[in-house]
Design a protein around this ligand. Structure first.
Ligand code: NAD
Length: 490
């Protein structure tokens, strides 16, 4: 199989006609894929309905057994080829990601490289030992054997769908499962069709990967379908809670990667220039539409004035515009609904007494990077997940107060602590419950080899990365073997 570039059919219609590897949305009609930067239609995608879920789940369940029985070397090879294809087609995939999600070039490139890496890491999963030999109090061989879950349902959000769908699709397939993926209807290409096209070209057998763009009702149908045995959900806490409730009724395993409002704590000994640059990156990358975005800047009062004015200066100089038209630091927000939500959080915080140090304005979907000073813990832009380019700054006078502020959140995803005293930073981190901690780095980091996930309202704990993926996408089966049937008392 060649790893040459393939045509991803930019500006085309994405449905069954061009993708023969599995069931693709059809019954819900089709819909435009709109570029947030221009409002133009970049293509059309099939929209799924509940009937498509039934059909896809049935086909996936039927194909899965044979795939699970396929030699692990063959499964690994498909995953490696998928990684190679993503890499070889990087420039085209980047272009699609930039147009569809509004990502700037650097982020789109990062998404391509992480997605490829997810496939390479997953290829190694196929050859991992599949269990353990257990001690037994009986004369028998007692084994733990990992078996594929069956059909895995993947539900992904709009923000960085290339990574967020691939990080579940790739390990699930590598371990012998079939996958039904439901991207956000605003981002069906990076959330599913690109992966489907790549896996088709990589030689994935028929019916193992299905793409069903649609809304909550399609997601709910996936959770309720008895043939889909596991749901890997990434999205908001609100939707994750609904998914978990429904999954509970159907006694279904569910992995939840949810929202965040991550704190960046800047101690008074931190390098101020670097801290400001890290703070801007942590809050403004991808227009703040990242689950790990730094949503709360908790800054020592001794340096807070200097920090705020340098961050505001920084924000005022960042170019905002169409990522495909030149080098910009920020692109558009995904749609008007998201923009209005961001603006409402900013204006209500200003009404409540916050000082607008930079930004707070927008043109079309382009929101200026915004810095809010004199923020208090109850202000909406600080207390809630904004999912926009907003850096609210709050001050503290002692480490104890910094700990209290950082830990005062219903979320627990990422935490950043900037200080020259690394041990002090680690001690502080011990007291704030999050799934991820970065000492002397901002909150937004991702590597395919690292566990990723949140605690509290940010989700059900870390997964991804080698062992965690093995646990996530297999069931454990206890098997015993005796030479003879034992004699029982009756
Ligand atoms: P969202 O929850 O609105 O949508 C996410 C996905 O869930 C979409 O595909 C949507 O159609 C689907 N969905 C919505 N309601 C559903 C329901 N009742 N049943 C089944 N599916 C349903 O989230 P969003 O606005 O697209 O994304 C932003 C959110 O995602 C933010 O809160 C962000 O922090 C979070 N996020 C988390 C991570 C992580 O790894 N923890 C990564 C990226 C984004």
């Amino acid at each position: 199989m060649s790893t040459d570039t393939i045509s991803l059919l930019e500006s085309s219609t994405w449905h069954g006609k061009i993708y023969s590897g599995g069931w693709v949305a059809a019954h819900g009609g089709d819909m435009p894929i709109e570029e947030p930067a221009t409002g133009e239609e970049m293509g059309r995608a099939g929209l799924a309905d509940v009937e498509d879920v039934r059909r896809a789940a049935g086909l996936a369940a039927a194909a899965q057994r044979e795939w699970a029985a396929t030699n692990f070397e063959e499964r690994a090879a498909v995953l490696r080829r998928a990684g190679d294809l993503i890499t070889a087609n990087g420039p085209e995939i980047m272009r699609l990601v930039m147009r569809e999600t509004g990502a700037v070039e650097g982020l789109a490139g990062f998404a391509v490289s992480v997605a490829a890496q997810e496939c390479y890491e997953a290829s190694a999963l196929a050859s991992r030992p599949l269990g353990d030999i257990l001690p037994s109090n009986q004369p028998r061989l007692s084994l733990l054997r990992r078996v594929p879950v069956g059909v895995v349902g993947v539900i992904s959000p709009f923000n960085v769908p290339l990574i967020l769908s691939t990080r579940s699709i790739a390990p699930a397939l590598a371990l012998g499962n079939a996958v039904v993926v439901k991207p956000d209807p605003r981002t069906p290409l990076a959330g599913g069709f690109i992966q489907a096209r790549v896996f088709q070209e990589a030689g994935l057998p028929q019916d193992l990967l299905h793409v069903l763009p649609g809304g909550a009702e399609v997601g709910s149908a996936m959770v309720a379908d008895p043939r889909i045995r596991l749901i890997s959900f990434t999205g908001s806490t609100r939707a994750g809670r609904a998914v978990a409730e429904l999954a509970g009724r159907h006694l279904k395993r569910v992995h939840l990667e949810l929202g965040g409002n991550s704190a960046m704590v800047v101690l008074d000994d931190a390098d101020l220039d670097r801290a400001v640059s890290a703070g801007a990156w942590g809050s403004f990358l991808h227009q703040g539409q990242i689950c790990m975005t730094a949503g709360r800047h908790i800054v020592h009062e001794k340096i807070a004035d200097a920090y705020v004015s340098a961050l505001a200066e920084h924000a005022n100089h960042l170019p905002v515009g169409d990522p495909t038209m030149g080098q910009v630091a920020l692109g558009p927000l995904i749609d008007a609904g998201q923009r209005d939500k961001v603006h409402a959080l900013v204006t209500s915080s200003v009404d409540a007494g916050a000082r607008l140090a930079a930004g707070g304005t927008y043109e079309k979907l382009f929101y200026r990077p915004t810095v809010l000073d004199q923020v208090s813990p109850t202000m909406p832009a600080y207390a809630e997940e904004v999912f926009g380019p907003v850096a609210p700054v709050i001050r503290f006078s002692s480490v104890e107060e910094a700990v209290r502020l950082a830990a005062d959140s219903t979320y627990g995803l990422s935490l950043s602590i900037l200080t020259r005293d690394v041990m002090k930073g680690l001690a502080l981190a011990e007291q704030v419950p999050t799934g991820i901690v970065h000492i002397n780095d901002q909150t937004v980091n991702d590597e395919a080899v690292a566990p990723f996930g949140g605690v509290l309202d940010s989700g059900t704990g870390a997964r991804f990365g080698g062992q965690a993926n093995l646990d996530a996408f297999t069931e454990q089966r206890w098997i015993t073997v005796r030479g003879e049937i034992p004699a029982y008392p009756f």
